[in-house]
Design a protein around this ligand. Structure first.
Ligand SMILES: NC(=O)c1ccc[n+]([C@@H]2O[C@H](COP(=O)([O-])OP(=O)(O)OC[C@H]3O[C@@H](n4cnc5c(N)ncnc54)[C@H](OP(=O)(O)O)[C@@H]3O)[C@@H](O)[C@H]2O)c1
Length: 265
């Protein structure tokens, strides 16, 4: 990961952010000073765990009414779920959707969105998160450590949030199925990304990877799903900025329900 992350530590973290617009550039259009906004920092130009961030207006949107900034901070990754299911997989009503990592930051939105799009949704999560995944609306939920997902039936769309074991999962969707992944294996990035590139040779059965770079229109779509009640945030834990290291360690230990939120007072 050194070519991506650099070698110098400590490093800043955090991409998703919420807050209030406090100043506008001279040519900025869109939000006004005082608007409550949400966005995702460009991966190459900054990190969101900070008191202030500078970002192009096209990369943020207004937080919908009914969410406070902490709740809203659990949702910007929902833009990834929308891109995966609506734009990449083109999920259709009645199709069977499998979400791997269904209790996590992206997965908890994907489960809700899949239901809102009329799919039959199955979630994979650890045993003590099966109840929460059902409460998000999943029709079925299985413990990934005790279940061979192949036993749970065929799928039209498989959304992977792990970036591992692609070959074992590639045939889960049927011949007309689609497999989308949003992650690669950070412990073996070259092999993992190489697999994704090579999988193009499998045509329809390839594993498709994308990296989101959401713009205002996508944040507006997310806000509309919140406004019509289809998507609600799940906040696992709120930590002060001073404890961000402990928050990262807790996330790495596993078992997350929704999102960890870091609060900057
Ligand atoms: N491409 C993009 O645009 C994009 C956007 C957002 C995020 N991402 C990436 O996507 C990945 C997921 O992000 P996230 O925020 O959803 O992470 P997260 O909140 O940590 O969730 C990951 C989930 O996967 C579960 N899990 C772990 N091993 C599993 C397995 N073998 N089978 C099924 N589920 C398993 C975890 O469950 P337990 O811990 O409970 O076991 C956890 O619920 C990260 O690598 C992130 O960097 C990419």
């Amino acid at each position: 990961m050194r070519p991506v992350s650099g070698r110098r530590f400590p490093q800043r973290t955090g991409l998703d952010f919420t807050g209030e617009a406090v100043a506008l550039g001279p040519a900025a259009t869109g939000p006004a000073v005082g608007d409550r906004i949400w966005g995702i920092m460009p991966r190459t130009s900054g990190f969101g765990a900070a008191e202030y961030v500078a970002v192009r207006p096209r990369q943020l949107g207004r937080i919908p009414k009914g969410l406070d900034v902490v709740e809203a901070a659990a949702l910007p990754a929902g833009t990834t779920a929308i891109t995966a299911l609506r734009d990449k997989a083109r999920l259709r009503p009645g199709e069977r959707l499998l979400v791997r990592g269904a209790a996590g930051g992206v997965g908890h939105v994907a489960v809700q969105l899949g239901k809102a799009m009329g799919a039959h949704v199955t979630g994979l999560a650890r045993a003590d998160n099966l109840g929460p995944v059902h409460r998000l609306g999943a029709d079925e939920a299985y413990d990934y450590r005790a279940t061979d997902p192949a036993d749970a039936g065929g799928y039209d769309v498989f959304l992977d949030t792990m970036g591992k074991d692609f070959e074992a999962h590639r045939r889960l969707p049927g011949p007309a199925g689609r497999m989308e992944t949003i992650a690669f294996d950070v412990e073996r990035p070259v092999g993992s990304l190489g697999y994704l590139l090579a999988s193009a040779a499998h045509g329809r059965r390839r594993v498709r990877f994308f990296s989101g770079n959401p713009r205002t229109a996508l944040f507006n779509d997310l806000a509309a799903h919140v406004a019509d009640g289809a998507i609600r945030p799940v906040v696992d834990t709120v930590s002060p900025l001073e404890e961000i290291g402990a928050a990262h360690r807790a996330l790495e230990a596993g078992g997350v329900r929704g999102k960890f939120v870091v609060r900057v007072d």
